[in-house]
Ligand binder design. Structure first.
Ligand code: PLP
Ligand code: THR
Length: 358
């Protein structure tokens, strides 16, 4: 009988807090398609201000935020976007920029720190003289923090360099900022400075900030006006939106301050996992709330078997491969949950080693 539940699958699993539920219950709402839901408008304006951009638009998800942003920047047929070969837009968004928007992806290798070499980005930009055979490069996408490399943070200086390159070639820059607040806290750099060079940013409120639903895309007033129309085209125009925006507002106000604690717990957990025989973690690479770790070859346990043993104890993680797993910390994971998780890993691995007569 499982007595405890520790959900480490993602920072998307958080449940609304009482404060969020109370805010939802009393939210001022109106039809956001026929006019403007007042709570949505306040949230959009607040997020835009924090990010240092002219305007914002609430969208249902980070995937929708990225899709709309790419499609607004690449609104001409034959457009191409340069993005990381291991970025969320390229790996986890069903190829939406192509299947829905007809935009051609031009992947460039992501380094282990989430960046792409500036030289490789520039080399991927299509030469307009070859337009009879080439798509037209219109956009560069970055992701900060970078989830699939382990929540790695892109510096403001690196982002500025990519922004300069984009401007040099007449391109736009979009940042998938699903966890931009995590990067900001980890780097000690304000979010508006981290995204200063970007033409648009998709900011998830439903990740580490713990909102039940939603993201806000930010950019120029002209960009957001086009984005609002495209959101409606995609079926994303919402009516009394204020209910979910009220919860997101609470998340924005209350949970940024908790991110540093998530990062500290992630580091403690990573260090503890790395001490367990049979597991290997690149602890130095744990900069924010995401931990990738490997089962050492010859440990006679697969990730799937370990997953099942952990699940028996109420600990949920994400399978990433036959010998690879992912853990994501969030504000509803306590320090005692971290210690409990470590004990479950130890028991699971010792149990397997005993079964195998090690
Ligand atoms: C880096 C990154 N971008 C975008 C998304 C998409 O967000 P959503 O799941 O809300 O569509 C995710 C998902 O967690 C993500 O990790
Ligand atoms: C799996 C992925 O789509 C999701 N964005 C997460 O990080 O949990």
């Amino acid at each position: 009988m499982v007595t405890k539940s520790v959900d480490l699958r993602s920072d998307t699993v958080t449940k609304p807090t009482e404060a969020m539920r109370a805010a939802m219950a009393t939210a001022e709402v109106d039809d956001d398609v026929l006019g403007a839901d007042p709570t949505a408008a306040r949230l959009e304006s607040e997020v835009a201000k924090i990010m240092g951009k002219e305007a914002g638009l609430f969208v249902a998800s980070g995937t929708m935020g990225n899709l709309i942003s790419v499609l607004v920047h690449c609104d001409i047929r034959g457009s191409e976007v340069i993005l990381g070969d291991n970025c969320h837009i390229h790996i986890y968004e069903n190829g939406g920029i192509s299947t829905i928007g007809g935009v051609h992806p031009r992947p460039v290798k992501n380094n282990d720190d989430g960046t792409m070499d500036i030289g490789l980005i520039e080399a991927a930009i299509r030469d307009p003289r070859g337009e009879i055979v080439y798509p037209t490069t219109r956009l560069i996408c970055l992701e900060n923090s970078h989830a699939n490399t382990g929540g790695r943070c892109l510096s403001a200086e690196y982002t500025d360099k990519v922004g300069e390159l984009a401007k040099k070639h007449g391109l736009k820059l979009h940042i998938d900022g699903a966890r931009i607040f995590n990067a900001s806290v980890a780097l000690g750099v304000p979010v508006n400075r981290l995204v200063q060079a970007a033409d648009s940013v998709s900011v998830c409120l439903s990740k580490g900030l713990g909102a039940p639903v939603g993201s806000v895309i930010v950019g120029s007033k002209s960009f957001i006006s086009k984005a609002r129309r495209l959101r409606k085209t995609l079926g994303g125009g919402m009516r009394q939106l204020g209910f979910i925006c009220a919860a997101a507002f609470v998340a924005l106000k209350e949970n940024v301050a908790k991110l540093e604690g998530d990062h500290k717990k992630a580091k403690v957990l990573a260090e503890g996992l790395n001490q367990i025989k049979g597991l290997r973690v690149n602890v130095a690479a744990v900069e924010t709330n995401i931990i990738f770790f490997d089962i050492v070859e010859g440990s006679k346990i697969t990730a799937e078997k370990l997953y099942k043993k952990l699940e028996e104890h109420g600990v949920l993680v994400m399978l990433e491969g036959p010998l690879r797993m992912r853990i994501v910390l969030h504000h509803q994971i306590s320090s005692s949950d971290v210690l409990y998780t470590l004990s479950c890993f130890q028991q699971a691995l010792i149990g397997v080693q005993e079964e195998n007569g090690n």
